[in-house]
Design a protein around this ligand. Structure first.
Ligand SMILES: [Zn+2]
Length: 441
């Protein structure tokens, strides 16, 4: 990994030197999955600076003078860079203990390292659903560290005792004379009770550059105080969050599993439900009719070693819902996004691509590949003008789209399991027109 990092660190610094002159990258002889169509074409892709300029089955002539690079793709499988719709760039790089009780500098340096690993797993974009990721995003955008494009939510907004309340039982809330918890001080969570506090919390995240807002509207698996069945935030509080987000041209996503939490969120104007594993038929129908996004993860019943009996039971209940909900997606015509929501278990991040083949149980390989590229790209676009990257489309290979592509040795349209061994099978990774990995043989 060290050699690899030096390799792409070199490329990034080259890139920043040549940013004002045109750089051209021609990827020849590849099978192209464009993110949207089942039909694969064999052809060539021309990238100029950070955008795709031409796609053709015929040879593409390039100006060989200047900064032109030609790569022979040797007939391998080219697809848009992967998008994880539910990621926590800071939290997934650290254990709960390191983030909440450790040195902040250590936690953020680990997140920088993990961001590079995330990109090396083929993820060129992530929707960060909570955590202090603004600084990491800036460092990635400036080329200080390698990593994916980040759509940050900023702090997870939670009520007292909610899914984002990381205090221990003896720590009093600020409103009752307590002091801010470390999770709040580092921008990981904001405890907000009442409409006014929610408005401040939302606006504070928007001020720092949030592309969407994340609230916890119901119980969670990993949190200590809230049973899975509870609903969090009043309708008035949820509405306040939606109003403040919409005034900024963006939307609210909520963490919620149950019918009551989801129905209340939809009534408040929430545009994306994250999780939803415990939903009933009536609520799924409502989500479909209203065109709300369901951002789900194929969660199984595995838990962290430190989980207590209650947390294990909660995870088991959620895992049971995975099959039921995925089996209902087509019936209710749901807009489905895919994400991993890996959290506080850095060793597990290697599995980020490993959950992609699991989706083959409910969907065709084409449907899965479309979900992790253009469908997720559509969800990113819901941030409108608050999206940090608006020059081109994401999740597609088409003229004018961002040049975020990966080349795979193997054909995931025929066999999704090639996504698992990303180290071996992902032989070319390009983000924003910059080559971060090239091991084509
Ligand atoms: Zn999450």
């Amino acid at each position: 990994m060290k050699a690899l990092k030096l390799f792409f660190a070199g490329i990034v610094s080259c890139f920043s030197l040549t940013v004002f002159s045109q750089s051209t990258l021609l990827i020849n002889n590849v099978q192209i999955f464009n993110g949207k169509d089942e039909k694969i074409i064999t052809g060539n892709v021309l990238i100029v600076n950070n955008l795709i300029q031409k796609i053709s089955t015929a040879p593409i002539a390039t100006d060989k003078s200047g900064n032109t690079k030609i790569i022979d793709g040797k007939g391998k499988f080219l697809m848009p860079g992967l998008i994880d719709a539910h990621w926590h760039a800071i939290m997934t790089a650290n254990t709960l203990e390191d983030l909440m009780d450790g040195e902040p500098g250590y936690a953020f340096i680990k997140a920088g390292d993990e961001a590079a690993n995330t990109l090396m797993r083929g993820f060129t974009s992530v929707r960060d659903l909570g955590g202090p990721a603004f600084g990491l995003k800036k460092a990635i955008d400036e080329g200080v560290v390698a990593g994916p494009r980040i759509w940050p939510s900023g702090s997870i907004i939670s009520q007292t005792s909610g899914h984002g309340d990381f205090r221990n039982v003896n720590e009093r809330p600020v409103t009752l004379g307590g002091t801010m918890h470390h999770s709040e001080n580092i921008g990981g969570a904001t405890i907000a009770d009442g409409k006014d506090a929610v408005l401040v919390a939302v606006r504070e995240n928007l001020k720092r550059g949030a592309s969407q807002i994340k609230l916890t509207a119901g119980g969670g698996v990993s949190s200590v105080f809230d049973p899975l069945d509870v609903s969090q935030f009043t309708l008035e509080e949820l509405r306040a969050a939606v109003e403040a987000a919409e005034d900024w041209g963006t939307y609210v996503a909520v963490h919620a599993y149950t019918p009551r939490a989801v129905q209340k969120s939809i009534e408040a104007g929430v545009k994306c439900i994250d999780h939803g594993h415990l939903l009933d038929e009536a609520t799924l129908k409502l989500i479909g009719e209203k065109g709300i996004w369901l951002s789900m993860q194929p969660l199984d019943s595995s838990v962290r070693a430190t989980s207590n009996a209650e947390q294990k039971q909660k995870k088991y209940d959620v895992a049971n819902g995975t099959n039921r909900i995925y089996s209902s997606v087509k019936k209710y015509n749901l807009k489905l996004a895919w994400g991993t929501d890996l959290l506080f278990d850095p060793g597990a991040n290697k599995r980020q691509t490993g959950t992609i083949p699991l989706m083959g149980k409910w969907f065709s390989n084409f449907e899965v590949l479309k979900m992790i590229t253009s469908n997720n790209g559509e969800l990113l676009a819901l941030s409108g003008k608050r999206s940090p990257y608006r020059e081109g489309k994401l999740g597609v290979i088409e003229v004018g789209a961002y040049a975020d592509v990966i080349l795979i040795d193997g054909n995931p349209m025929k066999d999704l399991s090639v996504m698992e061994d990303y180290t071996k099978n992902f032989v070319l990774i390009v983000k924003n027109g910059v080559v971060f990995k090239n091991t084509i043989k």
